[in-house]
Design a protein around this ligand. Sequence first.
Ligand code: ADP
Ligand code: MG
Ligand code: MG
Length: 251
Amino acid sequence: MLEIKNLHVKLEEEDKVILKGVNLTIEPGTVHAIMGPNGSGKSTLSYVLAGRDGYEVTDGSASLEGEDLLTMEPEERAAAGLFLAFQYPVEIPGVGNMTFLRTALNAQRKARGEAELSAGDFLKLARSTAASLKIDADMMKRPVNVGFSGGEKKRNEIMQMALLQPKMCVLDETDSGLDVDAMKLVSEGVNALRDAGRSFLVITHYQRLLDHIKPDVVHIMADGRIIQTGGPELALEVENNGYADLLAGGK
Ligand code: ADP
Ligand code: MG
Ligand code: MG
């Protein structure tokens, strides 16, 4: 599904190298987790995959189902099936949440040569999706994320994901700022989307999210590289011992 080879990334504006040779292969239908200390490059990896400005790829490659992601515009990546749920979802004053979601969904359908959803069909789909994520109708009418609590913003990210039905979902610290109940809701939303043709990359600081979203593979990232890969037990090891032992072993 996703293949990243020897990816090197630096900041465009500064001579700061952030990713120093990331290798990652994600098979269809699998859930991979990336854990790692603050500043190790986890968010940068997700931004580079999504095509955010400000980063320069100096070496390596990233492809989605064999298609080169790095030469695509961000909206082409989305149309190809990539989705990024942000660590810090942005507020968009003046744009209603429903309008935003419908525009995003119809843009994706158009890019794929599919017919746009009618207002009525979209409303039905949005309402049932919102209800399943326990998002109330009021929140749907407000401007995107404006005045939403941390938990509401994260649930709104999952709402976008549920509507767009991407193939490769990247979740960057979707658990940060969530209380236990909100984390369960978000996890249930993710688990409901798990299927044989869809993969997930779950970036998280804490093992507790992985109690709810069970990963197939766990990677540890440090200083711009993946230094260890294992099964779910690797996340438990981090929970119990911190990163110190792994960092010492990985150098
Ligand atoms: P993580 O998500 O693992 O905490 P990040 O990818 O956010 O790590 O950051 C990796 C490193 O790159 C950090 O040292 C961070 O300060 C730096 N960095 C990332 N983006 C920028 C930027 N736009 N400007 C300056 N420094 C940045
Ligand atoms: Mg961070
Ligand atoms: Mg981050």
